[in-house]
Design a protein around this ligand. Structure first.
Ligand code: ADP
Length: 602
């Protein structure tokens, strides 16, 4: 044997990439022990922690003629039995040698990995006996036992001499390094895979879709990420009962027997409170959160549907448990590792948040739908009532007009009729504004936009209002900057906007003040500014200015006749034109209202 032969496995380990290659490297070490040191059997195991916390040895590489047929890759045996057995063994460096004479039980082979081979020892003082035990304990740098290298049946039928022991020691050192690296790589690969699963789940969960769809979409990632055979998710309904939808990755409905639904719900709550996940399998005792009886019922159900084991994960957010996730594996699949369990609990948190968000979203959505319905109803009511008022009001106003012109009317009756007439006019204004408000607030009657030249439109409005303004001694100035002052919208509605703003400016300005209209255009659109030197509006009032029926808290303003609907109409018209309105005002100094409307390209 050359130094190269011993170095061969080490090189293989260094160059190995994926998990399988590490297994290959360990295999090579086992084979080297058999071929180069001269043993018929070598077997490398790693220490695993089972879900109930006990440590076990899992065979991950073996070489040689397994005369017993007992060594199976993946086979697990309790570590404790081996450690107890070798307490009295001779210490050969990393190896422990237990001559058969010291064995307490003749069954030991079966306890830690394989049965006793059926061979006859040779006739020599150093003869190897089939019950002799030789095993190296493989530790990591921190001194933690990570695996074992067990060997059996020397080719020459003798217990190993100093030369063989020296070689064995070197292979044990290599096997130790390889086992630690393999376990670290395995863990790293698991971590990467599970982190990727979590990322995928979170990404899918952020999709703006309904909860059912999100949970359905997550299943594939969960099954792949956790290397499970299937998964299902149960969410609790709004009242917290476990009757929510159950989604299964296979696309088939999982029909849980009634009793199990309630059981899963209770178990999820307990597991969430403990922040733990539960592994259920026939080979292991019940987890703390499950009563012995419940455990048996679940195992019976798993048997019935052909599932070997399940990982039960509570879903929740904060202190609230919102459902559970179940991942399944078949008999013969790997056990749920510590990493699986930690990652699953993290995903329980992610999915819990998804359930909560989706619920809040659905609730908000429902609220919006209800509010919209309410708003539509209010609009209809206003429209219908004002419509119904209009005709009788027209009759009342008509007769009042006739009465006023009647010569037989005495002075007392005349002033009563005049008061009625003023009231009817005021009522007529309210009804007109209500009708207009309901019209411009009705989304089913959208505007049909067309180019509207604002210069003549504004000039007409100014002309009309100028009559009142003159009576109050208020001059209205108009300033037009630049050309192509064309808006994209409905001419009649834009006319209402300018009329309402301008009539307010005149109404809320004392005689002697002035009012101005300015028209200009920039990249944003066309702008109409109506400014006055009137009462001004307090900051508090500005917040409610565009609300329906809002009238100022300023007593001077309230003295003016008004409905509180003019600006509400303006806001609705501007909104349905995709425009903007802003107000700058200060009490005692005046107000500036600026409306911006979209403009067609020049
Ligand atoms: P109104 O019919 O009362 O004028 P609006 O909706 O047009 O209803 O206006 C709401 C309130 O806003 C008015 O009652 C008034 O107090 C205030 N307001 C509107 N425009 C002005 C303005 N140019 N100057 C001062 N206050 C104004």
């Amino acid at each position: 044997m050359t130094p190269d032969d011993v170095a061969r496995p080490a090189t293989a380990i260094r160059d190995a990439g994926p998990e399988e290659m590490f297994r290959g490297a360990l295999q090579l070490i086992a084979e080297s022990v058999t071929e180069l040191v001269g043993f018929q059997l070598a077997c490398i195991s790693v220490v695993r922690t089972s879900p109930d916390g006990t440590q076990e040895l899992e065979v991950i590489a073996d070489a040689g003629d397994d005369l017993t047929g007992e060594i199976i890759i993946g086979r697990r045996t309790p570590l404790k039995s081996l450690l107890l057995e070798i307490e009295k063994a001779e210490v050969w460096g990393q190896f422990r040698f237990l001559p058969h004479e010291l064995l307490e039980t003749q069954e030991v082979g079966e306890e830690y990995g394989w049965a006793v081979p059926d061979i006859e020892p040779i006739d020599a003082p150093d003869a190897w006996h089939p019950l002799d035990l030789l095993v190296a304990l493989l530790h990591d740098d921190q001194g933690t036992l990570r695996g074992t290298l067990a060997i059996d049946l020397p080719d020459d039928g003798r217990r190993p001499g100093p030369e063989q022991r020296r070689l064995l020691e070197r292979f044990a050192a290599q096997a130790g390094r390889a086992v630690v690296t393999a376990l670290e790589r395995e863990e790293l690969a698991e971590q990467v895979r599970l982190a990727e699963t979590a990322r995928t789940i979170v990404r899918q969960a952020n999709a703006q879709e309904g909860l059912d769809r999100i949970l359905q979409d997550c299943q594939q990632g969960l099954v792949e990420g956790f290397r499970s055979r299937g998964s299902w998710i149960q969410t609790f309904d709004e009242d917290g009962a476990g009757t929510g939808a159950i989604h299964s990755s296979a696309g088939i409905d999982v029909r849980l027997p009634d009793g199990l639904v309630g059981l899963a719900e209770r178990a999820a709550r307990r597991a969430w409170a403990d922040q733990s996940v539960v592994v259920v399998t026939g080979d292991r005792p019940a987890h703390d959160v499950l009563a012995e009886d419940d455990h048996r019922r679940i195992v019976a159900f798993l048997d019935a549907i052909g599932v070997g084991s399940l990982l039960f994960v509570p879903l929740g957010a904060g202190s609230e448990c919102l459902g559970n996730l179940v991942l399944t594996r078949a008999d013969g699949d790997p056990e749920w590792s510590e990493l699986d369990r930690t990652a699953a609990l993290d995903i329980g948190h992610d999915l819990g948040r998804v359930v909560l968000n989706a619920r809040n979203f659905e609730r908000e959505h429902q609220l919006v739908v209800e509010l919209r319905a309410l708003d539509a109803y209010k609009g209809q009511l206003i429209g219908t009532v004002s419509h119904e008022l209009k005709n009788p009001l027209a009759a009342v106003s008509g007769y009042l007009e006739m009465l006023q012109s009647s010569p037989e009317l005495g002075p007392g009756s005349r002033s009563a009729v005049e008061a009625m007439s003023r009231g009817a006019t005021r009522l007529g204004r309210v009804v007109d504004d209500l009708l207009l408000l309901s019209k411009v607030g009705d989304p089913s009657h959208a505007i049909i936009p067309a180019p509207v030249d604002l210069v003549p439109l504004v000039a007409e409005v100014v002309d009309l209002i100028d009559v009142q303004a003159r009576q109050k001694g208020i001059p209205i100035t108009t300033e037009v900057s630049g050309g192509w002052l064309v808006a994209h919208g409905d001419a009649w509605e834009i006319d209402r906007v300018v009329t309402n703003l301008l009539s307010n400016a005149v109404k809320y300005t004392a005689p002697g003040g002035s009012v101005g209209v300015r028209l200009w255009r920039d990249d944003e659109g066309v702008h109409v500014t109506v400014s006055d030197e009137g009462l001004g509006i307090s900051a508090d009032d500005q917040e409610h200015l565009f609300d329906e029926f809002f009238r100022s808290t300023n007593p001077e303003a309230v003295r003016e006749p008004g409905t509180g609907l003019g600006l509400a109409i303006v806001r609705r018209i501007v909104d349905r034109h995709d425009g903007r309105i802003r107000v700058d005002s200060e009490v005692g100094r005046g107000s500036v209202f600026t409306v911006t409307l979209p403009a067609p390209p020049a």
